[in-house]
Design a protein around this ligand. Structure first.
Ligand code: ZN
Length: 266
């Protein structure tokens, strides 16, 4: 079985001032986006039941060529209907074979050999498939492996306007506003420490899960459950919601960052 590794661990943490007047809904001190990449069985089996038990909504970023989507399509569709988010993680999950540690990338799926136009087609088609699954037109994305450079440059500028936001490539956030973490093997307490750091700074924690109690880059089902139960028990402190809902809120209220590139300039 080909293992698909996703997203380079990127942890950015700095002080975020609330001097700009930005506040989260209902007095929450931080926002938390729980996301689940790569269309994995262990997410349906071990994560969704826990999220639903606690009434926590999350985002699931699908690889549309995954056999797990074909085999369990009704479950993914039901998940969206219940308020979770289905996001775009491309059709084939291309990554850069030249990056150290990426020797598992197959030649036909090498980002180094893609073009921007090919990626634009793939990402747009993925959005069409997702609309066919859940009926929605607003969408967010996570970047496979975090690799964005094709043979003729980054494809992010070509696709960004199809999305409310692309995780890790947001344009309207001040430096240090978000923490991004791809947890693998972390304990429940270590996961909780991530969201506590975000609340301390008044910002946002993006926890980018893959396997839950199985599959790759996994955390244990127990650790995941401990975090979800903590978030459920501390709703006054943490606004945990889909990345789409959080970023729509941010988009509508966040003053433009000083170093933001205006969309109109592209
Ligand atoms: Zn991935």
């Amino acid at each position: 079985m080909t293992r698909i590794f996703c997203f380079v661990l990127l942890t950015v943490l700095a002080q975020m001032s609330r001097a700009d007047g930005f506040v989260w809904p209902n007095g929450a001190r931080g926002a938390v986006s729980l996301s689940y990449d790569d269309t994995l069985n262990s997410q349906l089996d071990n994560a969704v039941p826990v999220l639903d038990k606690h009434g926590i909504k999350a985002s699931f970023y699908l690889i549309l060529s995954s056999p797990v989507l074909f085999d369990r399509l009704d479950e993914w569709r039901a998940l969206a209907k219940s308020g979770h988010e289905l996001g775009n993680h491309t059709i084939y999950h291309p990554c850069s074979a030249s990056r150290p540690g990426n020797d598992w990338v197959r030649p036909h799926n090498d980002m180094d050999k893609r073009t921007v136009e090919q990626m634009l087609d793939e990402v747009r088609t993925a959005n069409t498939f997702l609309k066919a699954i859940d009926g929605r037109t607003e969408r967010t994305m996570t970047l496979p492996c975090g690799d964005v450079v094709t043979s003729d440059g980054s494809y992010v500028p070509a696709v960004k306007n199809m999305f409310v936001a692309i995780k890790g490539a947001e344009e309207n956030l001040p430096a240090g506003f978000s923490i991004y973490d791809v947890p693998s093997g972390l304990s429940g307490k270590e996961l909780i420490a991530i969201v506590q750091r975000a609340a301390k700074n008044g910002g946002m924690a993006n926890i980018i899960f893959h396997g839950i109690g199985g599959d790759h880059l996994s955390v244990s089902a127990e650790a995941h459950q401990e975090l979800v139960a903590y978030l459920s028990a501390n709703r006054q402190t943490y606004w945990t919601d889909t990345y789409l809902n959080i970023m729509k809120y941010v988009r509508d209220r966040m003053p433009r960052a000083k170093n933001q590139t205006p969309l109109s300039a592209n």
